[in-house]
Write a protein that binds this ligand. Sequence first.
Ligand code: HEM
Length: 501
Amino acid sequence: MIWQLFVSVVILYGLVLRWQARHRIKFAKLYKNDIKAAPILGHSVHFIKCKNNTDRWKVLEKFGREAVKQGGTTIGWNLHRLYFIVADPVVAECVMKHCLDKDDSMKLTLALIGNGSSVADVPIWRPRRKILVSTFSQKNLLAFTDIFAKNSDIMVQQLQKVAGTGSISISEYIMAYAMDSVRETSLGLNANSQLNPNQDLIKAFAGSCTLIADRIMKPWLHFEPLYKLTAHHAKYMEYVDTVLGYIMEMIQAKRKELAEKKFIKKNDEDKERIKSFLELMIESSGGDKGYTDKELLEEIMVIFTAGTDTSTLASSFASMLLARHPDVQEKVYQECKDVFGDSNLPVTAEELSRLKYMGAVIKETLRLYPPGPILLRKVDNDVVLPSGDTLPKGTGIFVSIFAANRNPRYWGDDADQFRPERFIDTQLKHPAAFLSFSYGPRNCLGYRYAMLSMKSVLSNIVRRFRILPVSQLELGKPLDINYDIMLRSADDYKVVLESRM
Ligand code: HEM
C-alpha cells in the first residue's frame, strides 16, 4: 500500500513537472541535437561518465561544436531543465541583451562575493553597475598603468632568476603580478607578494577560488544544507573568513583616513595621488551616505575575482602561444623595439597604446582560449529570438563563447588556427563575433584595464626574454586544455625562458 502511494506521488510529481515544462518541451522540438539524451537524465548522462575535468571539458566543447553544426544553436536537457545552447553571434547578441540574470550555479560563490555586481540579481546589479562604470573611467585606468609598470618590472626581475634553468610554469609569476596589481588598484596597498609570496591573503584567496571551482564541478555538493556538513565547506569558510576579514579591515581604515582628510585642504601631492577602486567607489556611491561597508566588501571581491585569474590565464596562454609561434613572437619583439627602443624605463600608457600587433596577439589568444569559455544565464521572461521563435521563461542559456569564437561562418575555415593578423586585416563580421569579454549591458567592465595590464606584462617579458617551447614538437601546435569553470592549460603553462640581454 505504502509502496503504491509512493509510486503514485512520484508519477504525479513527474506529470506536474512536465506540465510546467510544456512550453519548453514545445520549444525544444524546434531544435536538433545529434548528441543522444537518456530518459530522465537527459544530456547530463554524458557528464556522469566523465572521470575528470578534462573529460567534462570535452563534453562541454562537444555541445558547443554541435550548436555550430546545427546552424548556431541547439538545446540540451539537464534532467528536467532545458538549456538553449548558443554559438552564433546574432542569437548571442539577442539573449545577452534580454536575459541579464545569472544562472543559479553562480550563487555557489555567495559566501565570497555575496551580492557583488558580477553575480547579483538584476535589481541589485543595475545601480551597482552604474557606480562601477564610473570607477573604470579612462582617466582612472591610465593612472593605474604606473602600478602595472612597476609590478611587471618586479615580475621580470623574478623571471630573470629562473631564465636559462629549464622549463618553468610562467603562470605562477604572472599570477603573483596580477595579485599585487589588483590589490594595489583596488585597495591602494602595495603588498608586494611577488617578493613575499607566503601571505595569508594570497593563500586564502587562491584556496577559496579553487574550492568554488571544485564545488561547481561536483553537483552533489550543490545542495546547501548538505554541503554545510562537509569538510569542504569548513575549509572554504576558513579561507573566506581570512579574505573578507582582511578586506574589511582595509575598508574601515580607508573610511577613517577619508574622514580625517575631509577637514584638511588638499595639496598638489594629494591631487596627483592614484585613487584606488575602494576610494573611487566610496566617492561615486555618495561618500558616507553611499555604500555600506558590506556593499563595498562585495564590490571589492568582484574586482578581486573578476580581475586576477582571467588576465593571468590570458597572459599565460599568450606566452605559450608565442613560444609555439616564433614568427609571431619576432613580430611582437620588433614592435616592442620600435616603441620602446633600448629604454628600460617603466612602460607608459602612451607606449602601450602603440602596441597594435601585441593587441591583436592578445585578442587572438582570447578568441581561441577564452578564460571563461561558457556563460550561463537564465530566461526570466519570454524572449522573441531573431528567428521569430519564442524562447520560453524558465529556460537556461548556455552561451558557448569557445564555440562562437571559432564559428567558421564568422571566422573562416582557419577559425581554429592561431593567426593574430585577422584582428588587423579584417573587420569583425558581427559585433558579437568575439565574445571573450561577453557582450551587451552585462559585459566585462575590466576590458581596458585587462588590456593595459596584459600588454604591460607581455611587453616586459618579450623585451627581456626569448620564450621557447618545452619541446620542438610543440612548435605550431594548439594548446592542450583543461577546465574547472575557467579554461586552463593541461601542461601547467610550461615554457623555457632565454635571456635576450
Ligand atoms: C582577460 C581578462 C578578462 C576576461 C576574458 C574577462 C571576461 C569577463 C566575462 C566573460 C564576464 C562575464 C560577463 C557576463 O556575464 O556577460 C566578465 C564580467 C566582469 N568582469 Fe571581466 N574579464 C577579464 C578581466 C577583468 C578585469 C581585469 C576586471 C577588473 C579589474 C574585470 C571586471 C569584470 C566585472 C566587474 C564584471 C561583471 C560585469 C557585470 O556583471 O556587470 N574583468 N568578465
